[in-house]
Design a protein around this ligand. Sequence first.
Ligand code: CTP
Length: 420
Amino acid sequence: MASTKRIVLIVGGGIAAYKCLDLIRRLRERGYGVRAIMTRAAHEFVTPLSVGALTNERVFTELFDLDDEREIGHIRLARDADLIIVAPATADLIAKMATGQANDLATAVLLATDKPIVVAPAMNPRMWLHPATRRNVAQIVADGATLVGPGIGEMAERGEAGPGRLAETTELIAAIEQRLASAGDGSGTTHGKPLTGRHVLVTSGPTHEPVDPVRYIANRSSGKQGHEIAAAAQRLGARVTLITGPVAIEPPGGVRIVRVITADEMLNAVHAALPADIAVFAAAVADWRMAKLASGKIKKPSSGEPPTIKLAENQDILKSIGQLPLGRPQLVIGFAAETDNLLANAQKKLKSKGADWIVANDVSTVTGVMGGDTNTVHIVSGDGVSSWPRMSKAEVAEKLMHNAATAIAAGPNARQTAAE
Ligand code: CTP
């Protein structure tokens, strides 16, 4: 159904700015009214003429160019919108948002609005990974912005690859529609979205532990269950941070993705993403890494003897959160992937890791769980065990997040009983 909602699109000055043209076209096709604000720097990458031709409106740039009373000032631009999207959001624009600057029209509108804000970063990977950008991004997310992307891949600059690509248009539209839906009809209702206003953190996929520059230790986790949980939490209205190891599947739309490789990176990303209301640890984290990483490729010794490698234990991420003395999420959910003594091992993990629930599953090869689309799980809590029938991983995710929503709505003391 065509929408009658009005979107203000803020175009930042980056090489990806030209992609805003496709976004405007797709939004208009869906019936959205689009007003564009371009920063000064954006003019270097895309012309106001082409942006205006697609929005069918004048394009706004200057804070003080009200030459007659028909002009629209920043307060009205902010007030007339149902949602504001910043695409591409440069490191500079994000920094200004994080510190509440308002020295041009784009930043003044962002500061003046009380409407949902979706931010789609695009920048060089080093800028994205810089601690200053990490701090600024965490700040704008804490202030209520929804982050979409960035994607990972080749950059426009030669030889540069990593996180920093503007999210695809379909992902941007999914994030806009999700934010509009969770904003409801303006009456503050969140019908069918019991996780609205909650932050859900999910780990997913395997981790890879390098042995030397060309080899690594890994496991068969596909990331399907963790990604489904992130998608289900997002559908229920939550703001979701999905921290994922290397996987071959697409990330769900409308969630913030943090891509990591090693267990150590996952640990840091999880702690950086706090605070959260619910934390779900679905990742198959490698238990060990190399005690000493070889700086060069390990060669076959002339003696013919295979080399021995010495391992060191990785820190337990779930345990580090389950036992947090301060700032522990209200509900901490772990997984137990076992091949033997499923329930006894799960119960042990529940206690030793300080989790509220453990989702236990049998990952023996015959079950086809690893990499497959179905799962047979048992929810182990302080109250006992609830065994669910075999379901798709999407159904497990949906039911788990519904139960989690019920548990945290009931308050801290009720969380053990809602795992039925
Ligand atoms: N986990 C974690 N960090 C680790 C190891 C595990 O966060 N370094 C989490 C997993 O995400 C999962 C739970 O702990 O939620 C159980 O992981 P699992 O590998 O099954 O258990 P382990 O504690 O590693 O025990 P074991 O390998 O002996 O079964």
